[in-house]
Design a binder for this molecule. Structure first.
Ligand SMILES: *Cc1c(COP(=O)(O)O)cnc(C)c1O
Length: 411
């Protein structure tokens, strides 16, 4: 008899997006002529920029000739891409990395989900609340948590509430934790940490021999100074932090798939007997065993992100989204809604008016102005009473949506 991994039974169904789809479909059936605008999507909509397309075409041609054909590449990624990542994303900010500290992959979702494999099952994990669900669910699957309670919290996980009351800055946990997931700029709140605020976490990790798993998928959207792009801008972080980056939001690679993870050789964790081990070695072993690398064509496409034209073109796309973000932000503010984020991230997080629940506000927005967003409670219990709108739509739809909210939403 084959036995299943019963930890999977502890997971919640994919309730959030299924329930959104159910409510939208029901509304559409009852109102077939309604022009519904979706500002809930977490996917980009602008096409890949010309510099990237050109590099991809050239790489495809190389694959068609015996002299330039490539089979298996290095599991960790080609040096041509890793060297550009280091020079542009790190050296330019005063951070030095060796090539064998950067691991190219098919996504930050896989990497943030897989990283827990190199850690023991007795580690206590901490996540911000609300949170990107991958961090929690991958640990549930591994058996690092208890069951979920009626408040939506899994046993053995330390939830760090991020709400308007603490300006979305998580407080250090009162109990000791071993693995800390941080994502800044944050999805879903769109909020950031300053260097001083992030330093507190680095200091905590160094004092407690904990590891910070730092997701900076939205780094390219940062506009303000004093917002760290990399956790390694903080002194001492190289000893305690693993950083995840992705070309998905930065350069529109959500369907193209390329990301990378930085595991400095200084980062160590311990055996139960207190023996030190480099996480870099463990992650390398994990990746070389279970992953065979990102396609050559895709790595050439990612390399083109770092050319002069590539940089200029992706910045135009990011500016396009961030103009949307500011249209949403300013529009909502002008009618007295309390809004957060949208300055250094493509997400706008709003406090629902009149104490409405996240789902009540979802229905109100759908019914009164035909706009679909994402209920904050779907990202964790502390998201209740909040709502997420994204800047990834078209300019036309974004402007139309904000106009409807300003003129027709009753608040
Ligand atoms: C979109 C997103 C990513 C990127 O995931 P990919 O697998 O690289 O597409 C990572 N983390 C967060 C929080 C995200 O929202």
């Amino acid at each position: 008899m084959a036995i299943i991994n019963e930890n999977y039974l502890k997971l919640q169904g994919n309730y959030l997006f299924a329930e959104i789809a159910r409510r939208v479909n029901k509304y559409k059936e009852e109102n077939p002529d309604a022009n519904i605008i979706r500002l809930g999507i977490g996917d980009v909509t602008r096409p890949l920029v010309p510099a990237i397309i050109k590099a991809m075409h050239e790489a495809v041609d190389e694959m068609g000739k015996a002299e330039t054909f490539r089979g298996y590449g290095p599991e960790q990624g080609y040096s041509f891409l890793i060297s550009k990542i280091i020079d542009n994303d790190y050296k330019a900010r005063g951070i030095s990395l060796d090539e064998d500290e950067v691991f190219v992959s098919d996504g930050a979702k896989s990497d943030t989900g897989n990283i827990q494999e190199i850690f023991g099952l007795d580690n206590l994990i901490a996540v911000t609340d609300p949170v990107y669900p991958v961090y929690v669910d991958s640990n549930v699957m591994a058996g690092r948590t208890g069951v979920i309670d009626s408040s939506g919290r899994f046993g053995k996980i330390t939830y760090l509430p991020c709400t308007a009351e603490n300006s979305f800055v998580p407080e250090l946990p009162k109990n000791r934790v071993d693995m800390i997931y941080l994502c800044f700029p944050n999805n879903p709140t769109g909020m950031t940490l300053s260097k001083e605020q992030l330093k507190k976490w680095v200091d905590y990790a160094r004092e407690n021999k904990s590891i910070i798993l730092y997701d900076s998928a939205y780094e390219a959207f940062i506009k303000e100074d004093n917002v760290p792009h990399s956790i390694y801008e903080i002194e001492g972080a190289k000893e305690v932090a693993i950083e995840f980056r992705s070309f998905s939001k930065t350069a529109g690679f959500t369907g193209t798939r390329c990301a990378y993870t930085v595991v400095p050789k200084e980062v160590v964790a311990y055996t139960k007997n207190g023996e030190e081990h480099q996480l870099n070695k463990l992650w390398n072993r994990r990746q070389t065993t279970k992953f065979n690398g990102v396609p050559y064509v895709i790595q050439r496409a990612a390399e083109a992100v770092y050319t002069e034209e590539g940089q200029k073109q992706i910045k135009e796309t990011i500016d396009y989204y961030m103009t949307n973000a500011s249209i949403i932000r300013e529009g909502l503010k002008s009618i007295g809604l309390q809004v957060f984020g949208g300055v250094n991230a493509p997400y706008i997080w709003l406090k629902t008016p009149k104490g409405l629940s996240s789902w009540e506000f979802f229905d109100k927005l759908l019914n009164e102005v035909n706009i679909v967003g994402t209920p904050g409670v779907g990202f964790g219990p502390s998201g209740e009473g909040y709502f997420r709108l994204t800047a990834f739509g078209s300019r036309e739809n974004t402007e139309e949506a904000v106009e409807r909210i300003k003129t027709r939403l009753e608040i």
